[in-house]
Design a protein around this ligand. Sequence first.
Ligand SMILES: Cc1cc2nc3c(=O)[nH]c(=O)nc-3n(C[C@H](O)[C@H](O)[C@H](O)COP(=O)(O)OP(=O)(O)OC[C@H]3O[C@@H](n4cnc5c(N)ncnc54)[C@H](O)[C@@H]3O)c2cc1C
Length: 323
Amino acid sequence: MSVLVYTENWGGKFKKLSFELVSYANEIAKMYGTNLVTISIGNVSNEELTTLGNYGASKIYSITDAKFNNLSSQAYTKAISQVAKKESANLIIFANTYTTRAVAPRVSIRMEAGLVPGCIALPKQTEPLIITKKAYSGKSFADVEVKTPVKIITLNQNSFKLIEAKTTVSIEVFNPEVSDKDFIAKSIELQKASDKLDVTDAEILVSGGRGLKSADKIGIIDEMAKAIGANCTTACTKPVSDLDWRPHFEHVGQTGKVVAPNLYFALGISGAIQHLAGINSSKFIVAVNTDKDAPIFEAADYGIVGDVFEVIPKLIEAIKELK
Ligand SMILES: Cc1cc2nc3c(=O)[nH]c(=O)nc-3n(C[C@H](O)[C@H](O)[C@H](O)COP(=O)(O)OP(=O)(O)OC[C@H]3O[C@@H](n4cnc5c(N)ncnc54)[C@H](O)[C@@H]3O)c2cc1C
């Protein structure tokens, strides 16, 4: 028996999300009283793999064959399932990302495993497994019981803290049995719509809504993001991107991108349920709105009732002073 965790990489590097995931998997392995086994697919250096050992990953299978450098859901599914069988994994854990949404359900079919996507906490109990996930676009929670011998869960970003657990790492290069047919559908090249940091990668988001009034005036969110600096980028609501005030790749929400930054500034945003569905995994939400009854204040950790064109310049000034 073991707990297997798949750690995704981005250009050969892990993100905070990967370390959260390993911390989470390590705690679950302890609950089961079993070993934690990690799998990495793609061109990740041994030095980078070793960083996972800071959070409890002791045994790492590394698939470095160049064929696997770009996502092929069929080949990744076979590779992960083969390691899961080799290690008799009873639980397989993924982060809830776009990549794993293409892979985890396929692994679930192959392993005849019950799948719970979007988990937000450690299991309430292990036998049978009962675990809490978000439901209805994050508007409610569901406790799900999984009865299959092998189980799969995916963890939402920012749902679990980092827990340092320094471990000696052993890395084994693994060559899965795959054929050319498994690479029939693969992503050949990733083209970025912009060189800007993606909204899903940023730790801080400065997001503008219709309260910013116009395409010209909304540029103030760029100024604020620039003042904050690294790991910060801009985002917006759907109407703002529909009006072409901001590019579509900044649109967050139910029909846009789902984000989970550490800090989300909601500036001139009413807080419609479709917008909140994309931001409610943010660690802290700061809202600025002239309407004290705007629904965004119910979701916000900190709120300022005021005009964005008065408040944002003061925030920029304060950020610069702080720096
Ligand atoms: C099927 C469906 C899917 C949708 N998907 C999405 C989605 O993915 N993402 C999304 O964002 N929306 C989505 N929407 C739209 C959503 O319902 C809201 O209409 C939208 O989020 C509102 O955007 P907003 O907050 O920018 O604008 P508004 O609702 O118009 O809010 C503007 C806010 O700015 C405040 N304001 C005005 N002037 C100022 C000022 N000077 N200073 C400070 N505050 C000010 C106002 O008080 C108001 O609260 C969807 C809708 C549907 C029906």
